[in-house]
Design a binder for this molecule. Structure first.
Ligand SMILES: Cc1cc2nc3c(=O)[nH]c(=O)nc-3n(C[C@H](O)[C@H](O)[C@H](O)COP(=O)(O)OP(=O)(O)OC[C@H]3O[C@@H](n4cnc5c(N)ncnc54)[C@H](O)[C@@H]3O)c2cc1C
Length: 434
């Protein structure tokens, strides 16, 4: 097994897999040795699909909008994989909050441009008073909208680009879809395509550090407790900013004038012995809860899912850290508060699982400024992530950034060798054995 590659891609999420398939489709796979590394034992990163009784359960990315996410829509169409209407744009609320939310947001929208720097919370408080502002914010189901870094303009943009909240804006027309068999099949398809073209995958390899060595890069990985060295002519790091910051590459200072941040996300899944929520007319509906469950989705008659961010995600992380019993006791209590159970206890939970993502969404600060779609280190290493795009937090952003990273790399190979500073062969001979 050689430890040399012409192109080394680190990160086998949808961004890294897209880089691999784009490069082979551009014809580079025939001439060059391409390797993909990931610290996990599986591909997909923040996309992880499971099945509950033949019904897909996505632990990470779940839905896309053909209007807002055209590149992802094209990828789904080309894959030939089944997809269907994502049902959760229809919000059920026990109170009048949803209607009030819509009326308030529409009435305050013309004032947004007068408050370019103000947080959304301060903006709402100015017009509605602090208590009402906080009530309205809760009704959106997204805790992140309360953060001081979220301006009123950003908040309106987020609200109109999420399926659960778009109905509160004039943007209600966007369609939303999901992969009925799970995005895992899409990732599998991309990986098989890359493997068939000779791309090598090295899973359970965590990149620890990198050094420059002449025209090459030396990458140090840990693999099952052992240190492994890899040499590569070109490197694409298809990983989010928090992972970049863990390397010895002076991120972000040596890469970009921007600062980055992230938010935690948490999804809890529950199945029940009886599909009681179907009888309550909740199947394929979403309920907005005024407690840490925030958004509760009822998937056909199969399972219930709650999805939270920021403060509520931390609440659930702390709950699971205190043990399963405490976690489930809180889930039950908050479900009983939120659901129209007429004073009856919640039916017995049959099974459950959850996923906490400490850095579920990553983004650059100063969203009004234009961020490069991919980053380049002075040593030539290229980095891509949805966090570098206006579609941060969406698969669409990963695709656009990965495509740009590939374009930068292809340009190097297309340049005349003397300009590129490379030797006069496109492919470097395979060297060194590990
Ligand atoms: C809960 C949740 C819900 C979401 N919902 C949606 C949605 O509905 N629709 C949508 O479009 N998007 C959604 N997203 C966002 C979407 O999942 C991401 O935008 C996308 O998956 C990011 O892909 P990526 O390849 O850029 O990064 P990632 O998926 O994060 O992949 C990066 C890869 O790099 C690997 N890695 C990191 N560090 C190292 C290292 N040192 N060495 C080796 N490997 C390393 C990681 O293991 C990972 O596999 C959601 C995300 C989460 C977490």
């Amino acid at each position: 097994m050689t430890n040399y590659s012409d192109i080394c891609i680190v990160g086998a999420g949808i961004g890294g897999l897209t880089c691999a398939t784009r490069l082979i489709n551009a014809g580079l796979g025939q001439q060059l040795r391409i390797k993909v590394f990931d610290l996990n034992g599986f591909v997909g990163g923040r996309i992880q699909s499971r099945k509950i009784d033949e019904e897909v359960a996505e632990l990470g990315a779940a839905r896309y909008s053909p209007q807002l996410h055209p590149h992802f829509q094209e990828l789904m169409q080309d894959s030939g994989l089944p997809h269907a209407v994502y049902p959760f744009t229809d919000v059920v609320s026990q109170e009048r909050e949803q209607q009030e939310l819509k009326e308030t947001l529409l009435s305050l929208q013309p004032m947004v441009k007068e408050h370019p720097q103000e947080s959304f919370l301060d903006f709402l408080s100015q017009y509605l008073g602090a208590a009402e502002a906080s009530r309205i914010l809760n009704a959106t189901g997204y805790d992140a909208l309360q953060l001081p870094i979220v301006t009123a303009a950003m908040a309106y943009d987020i609200i109109k680009k999420h399926p659960e909240t778009q109905n509160c804006t004039e943007n209600a027309g966007n369609e939303w879809r999901y992969a009925t068999d799970g995005y895992g099949h899409l990732l599998g398809q991309l990986q098989r395509q890359a493997l068939a073209a000779g791309v090598e995958f090295r899973l359970e390899h965590r990149l620890l550090s990198m050094e420059q060595s002449g025209a090459d890069h030396l990458l140090t990985f840990s693999h099952k407790g052992e240190v492994q060295m890899q040499r590569a002519r070109h490197v694409i790091l298809a990983m989010p900013p928090t992972a970049m910051a863990g390397l010895n590459l002076d991120f972000p200072a040596a890469w970009s004038p921007f600062q980055y941040d992230s938010l935690p996300l948490f999804k809890g899944f529950l199945t029940f012995e009886k599909s009681w929520f179907q009888c309550l007319g909740l199947s394929d509906k979403m309920l907005m809860a005024n407690n840490p469950l925030r958004k509760i989705y009822f998937k056909s008659d199969k399972y219930l899912l709650f999805y939270t961010d920021s403060q509520s995600a931390l609440y659930w992380r702390d709950s699971v850290e205190q043990g399963e019993e405490i976690y489930l006791e809180r889930v039950r209590r908050h479900l009983e508060e939120a659901l129209p159970l007429m004073g009856k206890p919640l039916p017995p939970i049959q099974s459950h699982f959850y996923k906490h993502w400490p850095h579920g969404v990553e983004f650059y600060l100063e969203p009004e400024a234009k961020h490069p779609t991919a980053l380049v280190h002075p040593s030539g290493i290229i980095a891509c992530s949805d966090a570098y795009t206006s579609h941060c937090g969406w698969m669409e952003g990963s695709l656009t950034s990965a495509r740009h990273a590939c374009q930068l790399l292809q340009e190097r190979y297309q340049r005349r060798p003397e300009e590129a500073g490379d030797d006069d062969t496109l492919a470097t001979p395979v060297a060194e054995s590990a």
